[in-house]
Ligand binder design. Structure first.
Ligand code: NAD
Ligand code: UGA
Length: 461
């Protein structure tokens, strides 16, 4: 029991986290359970349900040795002394706090499953991202058992990013573990610290009380997203003033107090967490009577929405205020490179806005086409999904870059140009291409936060 770890939730976080844990802690038996049978079947198959560089090797190296994927939630709870809970915590869509507060129904269900099936004391670990003070509610629910069992609640939020999950989990900047301050809580804390000590140096393991740990997770995401919104707001000003956002990012990032990371301008942040976690923070601030603080953080989300709309407005304006009936090749649908995840991808809104203008879309992405089809299933309009970028570009009036996939830089844009309608446009929403070279090939090039390279406009290049 002491050496059996259960993780409830086999998603983007639960499964990779447990795979890396199992890899580093061979004496532990790690079981990952989920109510989604298809997902578990995929974790047990050759084709894992998520694309993540390096993950296949770690999973396949440990699977069915000390790493198991199962739908037997009940059996897992019985066997394990330590339970990580990594279920989804999306934004509420109805009721009190709709649109901002976290929906804790999946989370609470796991608490109820744990009480129902437990036969001995457990350490329950919040791996999901949760509103500050959730552990209090969790503790109340778990303490209301009539079996005389003790449950210690630990907060151990996850900071990995998709696309770099395996590296982030193997070599994190820090592991944060928050525990209750009583003796039992501190004992539980020592057991969880001991697990991480298998591969994480002591100076990277930060321990706090539960509330600081829960809140730090929300604040880390809010601060990262704030940097993206800050630089995106400045990209708009660059386009008006002939300043270059790449130079501005470099210049400010060289200040060691600011730092170079998370100041890349783009079409806005996506992903399943930034928006939901900031809105959760906004809701908490409102709930605790801090409207000014709430408004401050909400602005980060508003600038993000603005950036996507601004990008589409520019496309329409530059293409003679009309894209109806024009084919547009969309390169990239994932919310960032190296993942097939499209949750909250800015590409979803951008494609929908382009469809509202009656454009025809040919979407190309190396990993995200399946998800793109699901995301746009309800959208009316002409959409095709292309494995091959040349197919997307043929007869297109414009190429629009929405994800910073490395391979997009190496495509044969000369060949695309020949096959496109003229004048041919490129809108580089991630600033990854060689704009001058494209201009010289004949394209009218519109980067983000930089001067346009436009054959049609004598005020530009
Ligand atoms: P996900 O939707 O990919 O996975 C959650 C899984 O939990 C699903 O497979 C779902 O079927 C399962 N589940 C829900 N209720 C269950 C129950 N009662 N019993 C068993 N399984 C159940 O979500 P995710 O992206 O892995 O995120 C999980 C949590 O981690 C969220 O709180 C998120 O904010 C946080 N987080 C996510 C990331 C990320 O990069 N995706 C990073 C850090 C933290
Ligand atoms: C983010 C955080 O980076 C993780 O630490 C955190 O654990 C995770 O959220 C979570 O809680 O879910 P993730 O969303 O996977 O990770 O990816 P990021 O690399 O943070 O990118 C988020 C979005 O911001 C992407 O759309 C990306 O393109 C965009 N971004 C990022 C920029 O536009 N500019 C940048 O400079 C950086």
């Amino acid at each position: 029991m002491d050496k059996t770890i259960l993780c409830i939730g086999a998603g983007y976080v639960g499964a990779p986290t447990m795979a890396v844990l199992a890899d580093n802690c061979p004496e532990y038996r790690v079981i990952v359970v989920d109510i989604n049978e298809q997902r578990i079947a995929a974790w047990n198959s050759d084709k894992l349900p998520i694309y993540e560089p390096g993950l296949d090797e770690v999973v396949k190296r440990n699977r069915n040795k000390n790493l198991f994927f199962s739908t037997d939630v009940q059996g897992g709870i019985k066997k394990a002394g330590i339970i990580f809970v990594s279920v989804n915590t999306p934004t509420k869509t109805s009721g009190r706090g709709a649109g901002k507060a976290a929906n804790l129904q999946y989370w609470e269900q796991t608490a109820r499953d744990i009480i129902e099936h437990s036969e001995n004391d457990k350490i329950v670990i919040e791996k999901s991202t949760l509103p500050v003070r959730t552990a209090e509610a969790m503790h109340r629910i778990l303490s209301a058992n009539d079996k005389g069992l003790n449950f210690d609640i630990i907060s151990n939020p996850e900071f990995m990013a998709e696309g770099t999950a395996v590296d982030d989990l193997q070599s994190p900047d820090r592991v944060l573990i928050g525990a209750m301050e009583d003796e039992s809580g501190q004992r539980a804390l020592r057991r969880i610290v001991a697990i991480y000590q298998h591969w994480i140096a002591d100076n990277k393991i930060k321990t706090t009380n539960v509330w600081s740990s829960e809140l730090s997770k929300l604040v880390a995401n809010a601060m990262l997203a704030q940097r993206v919104s800050s630089i995106n707001s400045i990209s708009a000003l660059c386009e008006k003033t002939d300043a270059n956002i790449l130079d501005v990012s470099d210049a400010i990032g060289m200040d060691s107090r600011i730092g170079a990371k998370f100041i890349k301008a783009g079409i806005g942040f996506g992903g399943s967490c930034f928006k939901k976690d900031i809105l959760n923070l906004v809701y908490l601030c409102e709930y605790y009577g801090l409207p000014e603080v709430a408004a401050y953080w909400e602005q980060v989300v508003k600038i993000n929405d603005y950036q996507g709309r601004r990008f589409v407005d520019n496309i329409v304006n530059r293409m003679f205020n009309n894209i109806a009936g024009k084919k547009i090749a969309v390169f990239g649908f994932a919310f960032k490179a190296d993942t097939g995840d499209t949750r909250e991808s800015p590409a979803i809104t951008i494609c929908k806005l382009l469809l509202e203008e009656n454009a025809q879309l040919a979407i190309h992405d190396p990993q995200a086409l399946h998800n793109a089809k699901l995301d746009l299933a309800d959208s009316s309009g002409e959409i095709s999904y292309c494995e091959n970028p040349a197919e997307a570009a043929t007869d297109a009036h414009a190429i629009v870059i929405l994800t910073e996939w490395q391979q997009f830089k190496d495509y044969d844009y000369r060949q695309f140009y020949r096959a496109m309608k003229k004048p041919a446009f490129i809108f580089d929403g991630r600033n990854i291409l060689d704009h001058q070279a494209l201009y010289e090939l004949g394209y009218n090039v519109f980067p983000l936060g930089q001067k346009a390279r436009n054959h049609l406009d004598c005020h530009s290049y």
